[in-house]
Design a protein around this ligand. Structure first.
Ligand SMILES: Nc1ncnc2c1ncn2[C@@H]1O[C@H](COP(=O)(O)OP(=O)(O)OP(=O)(O)O)[C@@H](O)[C@H]1O
Ligand SMILES: [Mg+2]
Length: 456
């Protein structure tokens, strides 16, 4: 059960709130001065507080109220404090917001409106503390996940599977779109394996000219072909006792697929131009960003080789399907990049976040990282904006096209969310000004924030 702390020295107000809020889904606590309020605050750690600014001993000034605000935020920075002021105390209200209050409310109290604001504050508080603990869990996890950030269900099961299969010698096929972290996962598998003290040798099957791949993989004897002036070990031999990472295996020409398969079956190689069998002990990890089953259907990839290399298949989902992870990865990267370039960037504007979360990320995590690097370098303030991220008007996907596959209702919702975010961005999160600008009431604004899951 959540706790609401009401701080007010006026008996009538206390009674009004006591009855007016009695049926709400939180426990009520009351305090008549700041010392009493602080004691209760520390004891119950309320999610939301309503704080009257004019409190004894200086009821005609807001000094005590501000002191309480500061002290409470010190004792529990995540609490949402709603300041309650006299009718003509707009200045104080704004000052309180600047000091960290969540919102303000003017007397006389309209119970319906206050109820909505309090509910919204609890909702936000719950989302935030959930987000925080998930982020903590994820941060703790990355230590033993070799830099792989991921808390969404798909990534959690991948991390668990990595732990399970890393120590065995089974061949593993990692699939996923470009930039989804296949190489990172391959490294994690090697680093968690019993071969971790040996080499992981990578070969990019798509990047070597066809006539050189065989020699690259298996080596050659001196004189095997023109230019073979010395005997050279291939990568497979070089990886002996360690891990061989066959990147872009889908690009391997069919005749080499046959030779690779033979090697995998026998675990012996012959250098090009050589007759001697050389036994090699490697663990195979392969990666592909093409759909191998399609390549098999088109006879571009041998089914028998596929079964050999894919005893375990780790499929990395595209970034756009990782939900919460997008934000977590973005925060992870700005911290790291900020450190690299010596610039402190603390987060994103709500509009920038909305873009990050709705952009389709064709280049996946690599694209996210690149965009963030550019943004951190360009940024003029500590919060990255949509423009910093390259989502400014003109170069994003705005316009009719973006709505092409949407229903009218979905398109309306998208515009609604965008306008709310833009207004909040324009007025730096000030709900009152933003709702005025949009021509809606404050409760309507809170409903929209809830509907679109906007944190303000
Ligand atoms: N889950 C993750 N957490 C943190 N960083 C990640 C994650 N996934 C990928 N990265 C980072 O994103 C970048 C791209 O990852 P990686 O090179 O492993 O992708 P890939 O799938 O091999 O891409 P390609 O198909 O283009 O070769 C790297 O800098 C990597 O460290
Ligand atoms: Mg790669």
């Amino acid at each position: 059960m959540e706790h609401l702390l009401i701080v007010d020295d006026n008996e009538d107000v206390l009674t009004q709130l006591k009855w007016g809020l009695a049926s709400e889904a939180y426990t009520l606590h009351f305090a008549k001065d700041i010392d009493e309020a602080l004691a209760t605050f520390r004891k119950v750690q309320p999610g939301v507080v309503t704080l009257d600014l004019g409190l004894p001993p200086h009821t005609d000034s807001s000094e005590e109220g501000f002191r309480g605000l500061v002290e409470m935020l010190k004792a529990g920075p995540s609490a949402k404090i709603i300041v309650i002021t006299g009718n003509d105390e707009r200045e104080n209200a704004l000052k309180a917001i600047k000091m960290g209050a969540y919102d303000f409310f003017r007397k006389p109290i309209d119970l319906d409106e206050l109820r909505v604001i309090i509910r919204r504050a609890f909702h936000l508080h719950a989302i935030e503390s959930e987000g925080r603990s998930q982020r903590d869990v994820a941060a703790a996890r990355t230590h033993d996940s070799h830099g792989i950030v991921g808390a969404c269900p798909a990534m959690r099961s991948i991390l668990a599977l990595i732990d399970k299969v890393a120590a065995s010698d089974v061949p593993i096929l990692i699939s996923g779109e470009s930039g989804t972290g296949k190489e990172l996962v391959a490294k994690a598998l090697h680093d968690k394996s019993l071969r971790r003290k040996e080499r992981m040798v990578s070969i990019n099957c798509g990047a070597i000219p066809e006539n050189l791949i065989e020699s690259e993989l298996f080596g050659h004897e001196k004189g095997a072909f023109t230019g073979a002036v010395a005997t050279v070990q291939g990568k497979v031999e070089y990886a002996d006792k360690g891990t061989l990472f066959l990147d872009e295996i889908g690009e391997l020409p069919v005749n080499l697929q046959v030779k690779l398969l033979r090697f995998l079956q026998e675990m012996v190689i012959q250098r090009v131009g050589g007759r001697k069998d050389i036994a090699v002990n490697v663990r195979i990890i392969a990666a592909t960003n093409i759909d191998i089953s399609q390549a098999i259907a088109k006879s571009e990839f041998r089914e028998d080789l596929y079964y050999r290399i894919s005893v375990v298949n780790l499929h990395l989902p595209p970034l756009r399907e990782r939900g919460e992870d997008i934000r977590m990865l973005a925060e992870h990267f700005i911290r790291r990049i900020g450190r690299d370039v010596g610039k402190e960037v603390t987060g994103f504007t709500p509009e920038a976040l909305a873009h990050l979360e709705s952009y389709p990320w064709p280049g996946n995590i690599r694209e996210l990282e690149n965009r963030l690097r550019r943004a951190v370098i360009l940024a003029g303030s500590s919060r990255l904006t949509a423009e910093d991220l390259g989502f400014g008007e003109g170069n994003n996907m705005d316009g009719a096209l973006r709505f092409a596959d949407k229903t009218l209702k979905e398109a309306r919702a998208m515009v609604e969310k965008k306008m709310v975010l833009a207004a909040l961005a324009r007025f730096e999160g000030n709900i009152v000004k933003a709702s005025e600008a949009l021509g809606i009431s404050r409760p309507t604004m809170y409903d929209l924030l809830k509907k679109h899951e906007i944190e303000n």
